[in-house]
Design a protein around this ligand. Sequence first.
Ligand SMILES: [Cu+2]
Length: 183
Amino acid sequence: MRNTIIVILLAISSLILVACGAAPTTTPAVAPATGMALEIRDAWVRPASLAAMPMEGTAQSGSGHGTMDQTTEHGAMSAGTTTAGYMVITNSGSEPDYLVAAAADIAETIELHNVLMEDNVMRMRPVEKIEVPAGGEVELRPGGFHVMFIDVTRDVKEGESIPVTLTFERAGTVEVNAVVRQP
Ligand SMILES: [Cu+2]
């Protein structure tokens, strides 16, 4: 019922916009590049709390994001809060594209990572880019590719929506809203 009302309101407001029409879309609303073949869905970020001990930040994940990973990868000296983001990226185009960067205002440093098995230990490693195959998809998920938020600057609370700017080699920048939730 509530959804129906929202849909109706949206329909009405777009009618009003059309009716007003004096300056038709001189400022497009964060439109991705035209003809963009990428679709991003299920974007989410793990909650993070600055108050919690660094070790507890992601210790409960048990999916390749344990404390050992962080200590190994980012060094015990910089025990800042970290968290990770995930999503599914679909490419309907005939050329592969590559996720090359991510930006958001919740962390000092943001990297693209993969989780690899090395000497029987799961370790995170930064990657230069993540391929989105032509006519296929890539899933960023716990235990695999992810967006790594390092030195988180504020609490990231469950239920929040975090704007994340993704940069692709071909498609350019794409804005997504990542929901903060537990795995
Ligand atoms: Cu990572």
